[in-house]
Design a protein around this ligand. Structure first.
Ligand code: PMT
Length: 406
């Protein structure tokens, strides 16, 4: 989303200024053109050369030392697609709130028309100071996005709010600025990952779901402004920022979590690969080899059907949009269409699996979006992030259509 975007990165003087270097690296890696503006105090903490080398651009450190004839603070400001100040000190926040422009960064911020995000970072008492909070309120009213500081041990040996959030979180929130906010106010439940069904205390039945597809859907919805609850089976990937995370292990736990949070949801998207069966009677102790049938070296496990969560949600849903996924190795469309009917879905993403580039564990996915109204849209092979956005576009289109038809 930020490829080729012009971003101003303002760096103020604080011990957390070193984190801005990593933040710059993340932005550059994503293809942004980053122009760094440092205050004179920032120069006391990190060298200009570091930002110059990493940004591959001049670094603006003062109003009168640009080294060329351009009016840099105006030129950069007018070209910016977004401006980010991290760390933002009490001094800079005060200046921005009160319209004071007495150095390169504060002057540039007066001229920026693009979205502005600031990351306050300072000692806890300074952060809690009423004047600072008043200034933050003013900036918020002016449309500045404020990323709250984290809590923890600070450089001044006190503990509390004031830490600059990690660069990955700041970067994630910056990227969010470039997404459409077309899901604002919508509550979305996404399920992801596999479930595990115990055979004994050390073994289980499960599947290869990595959670990548479900996590991509949750992340895309959150970036588009939705309030997202992500109900996830055990996976080893990091959850998206900003979602409510509910961790479950078994199909029963997932069913309880979905059913107890579904009533106020607008959209429910079931990406999880739920184990259809579980061992009837998981053993209390580890199954030993001598418990096998010695005649043919086999072990018989009785399996019993798990609850079909999607079907239960389909029976209970009121005016809510319900989307399922169908993982199929054959008869993709016919099998997926049958699930729309059987489970009372509004749509299903028919997902071809068993290929290296699609389905379980892959970074890309090949899905066809099928709706209960009979329409279908076959998507090309896409990254799971792109597929997630296509899915959400499709869902929003269908919801709009349903509202108009009512
Ligand atoms: O996690 P990844 O590695 O990224 O892989 C992504 C994926 C392949 C798991 C995903 O894209 C996908 O296809 N998910 C659906 C997997 C599946 O269980 O398909 P199914 O056809 O067996 O089930 C159909 C639907 O019913 C699914 O929405 C499933 O969540 C739901 N279901 C199934 C069984 C059950 N007991 N309860 C359910 O709710």
């Amino acid at each position: 989303m930020i490829k080729d975007k012009n971003i101003i990165l303002g760096v103020c003087g604080g011990i957390a200024a070193y984190k801005s270097v990593e933040l710059l690296r993340l932005m550059k890696k994503a293809g942004a053109d980053v122009k760094v503006v440092m205050t004179s105090s920032a120069l006391e903490f990190v060298g200009e050369l570091t930002f110059k080398v990493l940004s591959e651009n001049h670094v603006c450190t003062g109003l009168f030392n640009s080294g060329d004839s351009s009016v840099r603070h105006i030129e950069w400001a007018s070209r910016a697609d977004a401006a980010l100040i991290a760390p933002a000190t009490a001094n800079m926040i005060g200046k921005m709130a009160r319209g004071i422009a007495d150095d390169a960064l504060s002057t540039m911020m007066m001229a920026v028309k693009a979205p502005v995000m600031i990351c306050p970072s300072m000692n806890t008492y300074m952060y809690e100071n009423r004047a600072l909070q008043r200034n933050l309120d003013i900036l918020e009213q002016d449309g500045v996005i404020i990323l709250e500081p984290g809590s923890g041990e600070l450089a001044c040996k006190t503990s509390g709010a004031g830490r600059l959030p990690e660069p990955e979180l700041i970067f994630d929130r910056l990227v969010k600025l470039f997404h459409p906010c077309d899901m604002k106010g919508k509550k979305v439940i996404v399920t992801a990952g596999p479930t595990r069904e115990a055979m004994d205390p050390v073994r289980y039945i499960s599947n290869h779901s990595s959670g990548k597809m479900g996590y991509a859907v949750a992340e895309a919805a959150e970036k588009r402004g939705a309030m997202v609850t992500l109900i996830t089976g055990p996976v080893s990937i990091a959850p998206p920022f900003g979602v409510e995370l509910i961790k479950v292990t078994t199909a029963h736990e997932m069913a309880n979590a979905v059913l107890s949070s579904m009533d106020d949801a607008d959209i429910i998207i079931k990406v999880a690969a739920v184990a259809d069966y579980r061992p009837l009677a998981p053993r209390e102790n580890k199954i030993k080899k001598d418990q096998m049938d010695s005649r043919n070296n086999s072990l018989t496990l009785d399996l019993v059907e798990n609850p079909d969560i999607l079907k239960m949600v389909g029976e209970r849903k009121r005016n809510q949009f319900l989307a399922g996924f169908a993982a199929e190795t054959e008869n993709l469309i016919a099998n997926a269409l049958a699930k729309i009917k059987k489970k009372n879905l509004d749509m299903i993403a028919a997902n071809i699996v068993g290929r290296e580039d699609s389905g379980f564990e892959a970074d890309t996915n090949k899905i066809t979006l099928l709706s209960k109204d009979g329409s279908s849209k076959e998507l090309p092979l896409l990254s799971k992030q792109q597929a997630a956005h296509e899915l959400l576009d499709h869902i929003l289109g269908k919801i709009k259509h349903q509202v108009l038809a009512r």
